[in-house]
Design a protein around this ligand. Structure first.
Ligand code: ZN
Ligand code: ZN
Length: 357
């Protein structure tokens, strides 16, 4: 973690800023190794101080490296403000996309200097992953793929969506994940047109579309994967058409990815193909997002993203076509940008498949 704190210090120096404060679990995990939900971190050129309450002292002793750990009573944001004052800091950086207004005000009350919103300081560092981080993400994806294999064998007529989602989340934990990386999406039939629908009581019937979007969190890193199937028989000719179109759009976008490309350029590759086929209005979301400590992080692959891809960045590629009331298709893989292209971290098959036929 020393290298990460040093990289943060280099960022502070470039901004001519004296300190960094954070109460955000993802940033604090990245910089210290701590995986608990409540903590504070203060970094200056000379100091790296980690704060937690008594619930987390033992855990911090096991997980936190390269920081002084201090157990505190009372609110951590106010304490960060007081410590900034003690250290004589004139200004401090914080991430205004994650710190709440009340936390920010509590820091400000203890401290006479300026709080500066510099959200990219840590989230920018987190975008390009180390080889070890890529391996952790790949392992999380492999675990989720094993669960997909097994849940497909359990699909039978009459099973409710929520039962499928619950079984998948049970298997994630049973196999070593700390849990799902986001609430599992399992949608049948016409409900597959809801890009982020919530699994309900709908029961599986022959001729249904089955859309599964899921991932797990393993050793602090997330995975993300979507597959769409038909169950029993093919729903209708239009389904196979939008399936093949979505798959082609995904494959050409993955082939296009290389360092130096902007997020919006990758998005445009898939979007152009889908629009040319007349389904542009039915692909409303961005093509993909970064994955790491958080399920959604930088870089984004969407129409407004100017982020330039670099080796080590892990992104999803997930075009979808959704026809309201009829059904939808999404196909999602995670890839890592390499020196001359990208490597797919996903190996689950994605050819058109009719389950239990
Ligand atoms: Zn997903
Ligand atoms: Zn995703």
């Amino acid at each position: 973690m020393t290298a990460r704190i040093d990289a943060l210090r280099a960022g502070l120096a470039a901004e001519e800023c004296g300190a960094f404060v954070s109460v955000a679990p993802p940033a604090n995990q990245y910089l210290t190794g701590f995986r608990g939900s409540t903590s504070g971190l203060l970094v200056t050129a000379e100091h790296a101080q980690f704060f937690c309450d008594s619930r987390y002292t033992e855990q911090a002793g096991l997980q936190v490296t390269d920081c002084e750990v201090e157990e505190v009573k009372g609110g951590i944001p106010a304490l960060l403000g007081a410590r900034l004052k003690d250290l004589g800091c004139r200004d401090a950086a914080y991430d205004d996309t994650v710190m709440t207004v009340s936390q920010m005000r509590a820091v400000e009350r203890g401290f006479e200097g300026e709080l500066r919103a510099l959200p990219q300081l840590v989230s920018g560092l987190r975008q390009a992953k180390s080889p070890e981080e890529v391996e952790q993400i790949r392992a999380a994806q492999a675990l989720a793929e094993g669960v997909l294999d097994d849940v497909l064998d359990m699909l039978e007529e009459g099973i409710p969506e929520r039962e499928v989602a619950a079984r998948m989340e049970y298997m994630f934990q049973q196999r070593g994940a700390s849990g799902a990386s986001f609430p599992t999406i399992a949608l049948f039939g016409g409900r597959s047109s809801l890009p982020h629908g919530e699994p309900g009581d709908t029961r599986l019937a022959r001729g249904d579309i089955v859309l599964l979007d899921f991932g797990c969190r393993l050793d602090g890193y997330c995975s993300d994967l979507t597959r769409t199937f038909a169950f029993g028989t093919i729903p209708d000719a239009w389904f196979e058409e939008i399936y093949e179109l979505t798959l082609t759009a995904q494959e050409i976008a993955i082939e296009a990815i290389r360092p130096g490309m902007k997020g919006r350029e990758v998005d445009a590759v898939a979007r152009h193909l889908i629009a040319e086929a007349g389904y542009g209005a039915h692909f409303g979301h961005g093509l993909g997002h970064g994955v790491g400590i958080e399920i959604h992080e930088g870089p984004r692959l969407h129409a407004e993203s100017d982020t330039v891809l670099e080796p080590g960045m892990v992104v999803t590629v997930e075009p979808g076509i959704y026809l309201p009331g009829r059904g939808g298709v999404r196909i999602e893989d995670m890839v890592v940008v390499t020196g001359d292209g990208c490597r797919n971290l996903t190996s689950a098959p994605k050819e058109f498949k009719v389950l239990a036929s």
